[in-house]
Design a protein around this ligand. Structure first.
Ligand code: ADP
Length: 516
């Protein structure tokens, strides 16, 4: 009776525990497998059935290593024996990541934890298996995208960094940032700005400090280009963009930035610019060559006048028949003519000199007047009249004076060439400047020459296109690139009265530039 009273609740409790254990097993997300000291399966829960594609009754009594692919499958018996013989915990523990094998032979990544069921002899074991395919895939995708990002950064020669001001996370340097800044990957951490500062080229340092100060003072973005000197002494150009993320109260949380090594691009640009300068210079020399006859004439005139006045003085003095005033007047003329010749030569020299491109505020009408002294002689020499219509507004532009003169001379030279075969009475060029609706300055050179037919019109601005026996075909293409570099346009249209009209525009100088 007593025994029955005592055992009844035990049985009930055992049954209740059994039911609860079953419920836990059924509800578990992980696969649970129980097996004996021989590795024979005694139980596989629902999650295990789903995970491996077996029914529990199919696997009871089979070796637990059917759940593993080779080489783990063959090793498993050894592991189990080792454990039992020597208490060596090779399979016991948590968090071992292995491959698992489904009934259909497919494999998946799984995390295994195996424990011995307490107080069982011979020992029995409980295994927990978690399918980590999703996590593994996510990790793999992350690893791949990181690898791709690193490759992309290598190709672009760009590195990035994150600075955390609140100290909650570690700052970040991307692997390629080390390379951009001339360090070896993994070298001890140092704040990116602390590292950069001594590297910034002395000439760019003030600019760099200012950009950083503006960013710290609340500017959202810093976007600058500057030079840095690598530890090995090499000079690199970088494009640096940084952004600050702030809390609504303005407190800076972090700064994210990229440093792009643009040295190769810069060098290529420099080379292209030098090449362009050389071509432009060559263009000027060849324009001058074409105008040589007219210019020689221009210099020759004052020289002849000087000689004539000098001879007259000699004659008067030789004959003893002179007044002091007469001689003084002749000497004044000599001096004036010498200055005139000198002036032509000075203009010529300025024009053909290989020089740095210099943008400055220039008066359009003044540029025209200067260039016309060079062109007039050539025009006169060829029986061409040049008429000027200058804007009364005295417009100003920010430009390289010599390059603009080069464009005008080119257009004038082409107009003169185009009129060589028309009757002298028609050989007229009109040069006009005006301020257009947008405030830009428009130049026009119009002639009454042969004009430009449709085929020529399509080719006009192509380098080396020429219809002249001794032409280079570079004048118009150089002119167009000069005007484009100044932010303007150059185009051609037919002159309604016959001949061609060439136009170009230059952006008006900003008002502030006009009142320094
Ligand atoms: P080049 O003068 O050495 O030929 P350009 O580039 O200055 O080189 O001119 C290219 C061509 O455009 C000329 O050969 C000519 O056929 C045509 N052209 C240029 N200006 C005029 C013009 N005002 N009238 C007619 N044709 C012109």
């Amino acid at each position: 009776m007593t025994a029955l009273r005592l055992t009844e609740p035990h049985v009930e409790r055992a049954q209740r525990l059994e039911r609860e254990f079953q419920a836990v097993l059924d509800a578990a997300v992980d696969a649970v497998v129980l097996f004996d000291h021989d590795g024979r399966i005694e139980l596989l829960n629902h999650a295990g059935e789903r995970m491996f594609g077996y029914n529990e009754e199919d696997v009871i009594g089979l070796k637990v290593n059917i759940l593993l692919p080779e080489p783990y499958r063959s090793q498993h018996d050894d592991y189990l024996r080792h454990y039992i013989d020597a208490g060596e915990p090779r399979i016991i523990g948590t968090g071992r990541e292995l491959s698992a094998k489904r009934r259909d032979g497919s494999e998946f990544s799984a995390e295994f934890a195996v424990g011995r069921v307490k107080g069982t002899e011979p020992p029995r074991f409980a295994g927990f298996i978690r399918d980590i395919t999703v996590r593994r895939n996510a990790e793999e995708a992350l690893r791949r995208s990181e690898a791709q990002l690193t490759i992309a950064q290598e190709i672009a020669n760009l590195g990035n960094y994150v600075v955390h001001f609140d100290g909650r996370y570690e700052d970040y340097w991307s692997p390629h940032l080390y390379r951009v800044l001339g360090r070896r990957y993994g070298e001890t951490y140092i704040g990116v700005y602390d590292y950069l500062e001594p590297m910034v080229h002395a000439a760019d340092l003030a600019h760099w400090h200012q950009a950083r100060a503006e960013l710290d003072a609340g500017a959202r973005t810093m976007d600058i280009e500057y030079r840095i000197v690598h530890p090995d002494g090499s000079l690199r150009y970088v494009h640096h963009i940084a952004q600050t993320t702030r809390r609504p109260d303005g407190y800076a949380l972090r700064q994210v930035g990229t440093l792009h090594d643009i040295t190769d691009r810069r060098r290529a640009e420099d080379e292209a610019r030098q090449m362009q300068d050389r071509i432009t210079h060559f263009g000027r020399i060849s324009t001058m060559g074409e105008m040589a006859a007219g210019i020689a004439h221009e210099v020759n005139q004052p020289l002849t006048a000087i000689a004539t006045y000098a001879q007259a003085c000699q004659r008067l003095i030789g004959a003893g028949n002179y007044t002091q005033d007469g001689i003084a007047t002749a000497l004044e003329q000599i001096s004036a003519q010498a200055l005139r010749a000198g002036e032509v030569i000075r203009r010529l020299r300025t024009f053909v000199k290989n020089r740095e491109v210099r943008r400055e505020l220039v008066e359009v009408n003044k540029v025209l007047e200067d260039v016309l002294t060079l062109a007039q002689t050539d025009a006169r020499h060829n029986g061409v009249r040049i008429t000027l219509e200058m804007s009364p507004l005295q417009p100003q532009v920010q430009a390289d004076m010599v390059q603009i003169q080069q464009v005008i001379l080119n257009l004038l030279r082409n107009s003169i060439d185009a009129m060589l075969n028309v009757p002298e009475g028609r050989r007229e060029i009109l040069v006009r400047t005006l301020v257009d609706d947008e405030g830009d300055v428009e130049f026009m050179v119009a002639d009454r020459g042969t004009g430009v037919d449709a085929t020529t019109m399509a080719e006009l601005f192509n380098p080396f296109f020429t219809t002249k026996p001794g032409g280079t075909g570079l004048g118009l293409s150089i002119s167009r690139s000069i005007i484009r570099a100044h932010g303007g346009k150059l185009w051609c249209s037919s002159n309604p009265g016959g001949g061609a009209r060439f136009f170009f525009t230059l952006p008006a100088a900003p008002a502030s530039a006009g009142n320094p």
